[in-house]
Each structure stands twice: as structure tokens, then as C-alpha cells.
Write a protein of this length. Sequence first.
Lengths: 210, 316
Amino acid sequence: MNRRLPLVLASFGVLALVLWRFPLFHLVPIRQAQKQQQSKTFDRAGFARTFWKDKLLPASGHALRISELWTALAKDPAAVCKQYGHSPGMSSVAYFLIQGSGRITKVDKDVVELALDNTNPPTVVLSTGLTFGNAVRDCTGLVNGSDFPNSQDFNDISTELNHLVETEVIPLLREKAARGKTVHFAGALEIEDGDVPKAPIITPIKVAVE
Amino acid sequence: MLKRFQSLFALVVMLIALSIASDKFLTTENGFNVLRQISINLCLSIGMTLVIVSGGIDLSVGSVLALAGAVAAGLFKNGLAFPRLGFTLQFTLFGAIVSAAVVGFLFGLFNGLVITGFRLPPFVATLGTLSIARGLTQLWTKGYPITGLGSGFNFIGTGHVLGIPMPVWISGVLVAIFTVATRRTVFGRQLYAVGGNESASRLSGLNIRRIKIVVYSLAGITAGIAGLVLTARLDSATPSAGIGNELDSIAAVVIGGTSLSGGRGSILGTVLGCLIIGVLNNGLVLLEVSPFWQQVIKGAVIIAAVALDKTNSRDD
């Protein structure tokens, strides 16, 4: 035991030195730790609001007109989806940011139908029910999934943007929509597998009712 | 003589065949890809080799991997709060690494104590520990993945040093340590003696109980390190991590020439076994073979390896 004692003591000494240089943990007052946690958490609502205000709404002013898109889709849907649409990852869904104007022909619980004059498509549907999916997030291609190491944060942005549509756009449209009125709109459109619908359903991002 | 090199021969044949079948196979990038992919299984298989050579088995390594990864991630990200005392233990990266190894060690120690203390068959004891560890992982994570660990933590799984991925470095260091330990130390000789003939070893005066406890503890530590690497690589500690990994590690050990009845095998053989499985997986993906057929082929390779092992045992 006596022969081993210096070795044991030396080992403990080295261990103590290592732990002093590379501590296993720090003692942090609980309030300070909670503040640090909050600052690390991704502010999805803040990100969505900033994106909405600074990028999405300005982009909607330069969006593709739906009539032009429909003319192009009639010729070669796959090529148009690839050129003008945004498809995150390896998805077969293409999202478009489009704008247009039309006259209200029908107001229902979850939809407002518009007739577009002398153009294709003849009818578009503005969705006024609950908003799901990633169309609003992905229609501009300005939000890149690879910028978010945590994929849950990327998903949460969709949730927040959909919430903004439900709280800031749809109530205004529902309040003012009536048959015969004209609506100028910009919104997100989803086309899956190049399958062009007859009456496209658009998630409105910006509306003005006359 | 030829039997000793059958795994190496099989690997060389596969390398040649896949190089001919796919031009993407024999590239530096793909090579590092394979090494990175096998590194977690290799960490697990090193510990499993020790256990199987000693005549046992450890089915809990997959669950211990998940628990160790989850504990490391949780302590690093959230710390350990003591609200009544008014402070939090905020773990450093070094602390998280040590915690993963400690969790693995504790479970390995538990396995060793239960198997030697109650003389339970290792299969049964570690089956129980598998369930305990999995349950504790669910409790610790509350069923949700722990994500967003930061670049410092993730460097362990995704970083490079001198152009070589960190997981390859980590598994390489473990291979070096345990190859020396099994070949050049008294412990190594005792390990093979116990696995070869436990009764004779006991009569020779070896402390069987101590050797087995050490073996299972080391297997736990390597499982803990594997869990740390996997969590860092995915930037996520999921409650379902490691499911099925124990079977992959047993397969690699057996394909590498370790006998399931104990007393025979080597760390380098296990490395070959992991490479064979890794190269097979990689090649089948490059050849665009259906994932379902990949499972069938992998199973067939395992059966062939075990059959060969049985034939070798009979000849010996």
C-alpha cells in the first residue's frame, strides 16, 4: 500500500488539475440560467413577423400574374413548375407567389370564389378557412431549410406564417367580401406533380376589396 | 491458416466487385463516407467483442447508446436545475462527454453485477437492461428529441481533423486502445482464458467475477461513446435511437471471426466485420438495390458468417 500511495496521490493530483482546467460544469444561479435558455430558443413568431413584413409583402407586389402563369402552364406544366415554382428539397410540389384581380361570384364559409374576366383560369378560389401547409413559407423561395439546423424551427415558421394569414388577411377578406365586388389579391399557390387544377385554390397573403 | 484471413478475403472480393459494378464506389469521398458510417457500429462492436470473447452477450448496448446520448445532450443543453437550492449545474462540453461515458459505465457495471451476482444468463439480464435503459431514455427526454446542441457539441460527430472525420478518429482511437489491451495486457489474456474455458480459469485462480464486471463495464463505456457520437452527428438525441444497433454490432463481431461460444476473436477482426457490413450497405445503396432486398442480403451474410464460424469451431 505504501508503494502505491504516491502513485494514487499523483493520479488524483493530475485528475484535479485536469478538472480545474476543463471543468465538468459551472454553477449558475437559476434565474441567469433561465434567461440564457430563453435567448437560445428560436423566436419563431418574431422571425415569421419580420419575414412577413420585410420580404413576403414586398415580394407580393412583384408576383407573377396568375393569367400569365396559366398560359405558360397550358403549354408545359413541368417546365413552368421547374422555372417559376419553388420546391423545397426533393418535393414534387411547386409553390408559386401569384397576384391577380377578379369579381366575387360566391362567398362561402371557407372560400371566396372569383371570376377572372376574359382570361384563364376563369375561376380562382381564395381560401378563407384554416390555413395549413407550407405554401406561404415556400412560395417565394426566400426561406431556406438548410439555414435551420433544427428542422423543427423550419416547420414552426410555416405554422406562424399560416397564423398571420388567419389573423391578418382572412378576417379582412371575410368582412368585406360580397358578391359583385372586385378583389385585388396576392397569394400562394400549390401545384403537385405538375397537375394543373381547373379552379386553383390560393392562400391569400394580401387582399384589397373594392 | 486461410481461415484466419477469410474475413479479409471476403472484404477484398467485395471491394473489387463493387469497384467494377459502380464507378462512384472507389473514391476518397466514398471511402470516408463508409468509415464515417461504420464508426458508431464500430464503437459498439468493440465492447461487444470483449463481451462475446468472454463468453457472454450484451443486448442492452443499443438502449444504453440512446440513454447516454440523451443524457449528454440534455445536460449540455439544459443543465441540471436545482430550483429549491436556486442554482443550475450548467454542463460544459467536456462534462457532457464524461457524462455519456459514465452513463454507459454504470449500465455496464449493473449488467456485470447482475450477471455475476445472481448468475443470470447474460441474454436474460441484458434483455432486462435493454428495457430499463430504453424506459429511462423516454423518461429523460419526455418522449421528445433533444435538438439544437450547437456547433461545439456537433463537432464530435460532424467535424474534421486533418481531413479525417471526427467519428473515424474516435473509433480509431478505441480500436488502438482495445487492440493493445486484448493482445498485450494481462487483462487480455485473462479475457480469452475465461471465454475459452471458464471452469479451468476459475480453478487456475482467476477472479472470474471481476473480469466479467470489467468487461461489461467497458462495453457500457463504448456504448456511451457511440451514443455521444451519434447524437453529435444528428444534432439530436431521440428516444428511439439505437434500436436494432445491438444486432448490427453482434453481426459485425461474428462476421469478423469472433466465436459466439467465446474464447476466440479479435478487435481487428471486428473492424473487418464492420467494414464488410459497411461496404455492403454502401455498395447496395450505390447500386440502387431496394432497401428491402438490402435487409435480406445482410441477413444472408450474417447466417453465412455464423455457419462458417461453426464449421471452423468443429475443425478446431
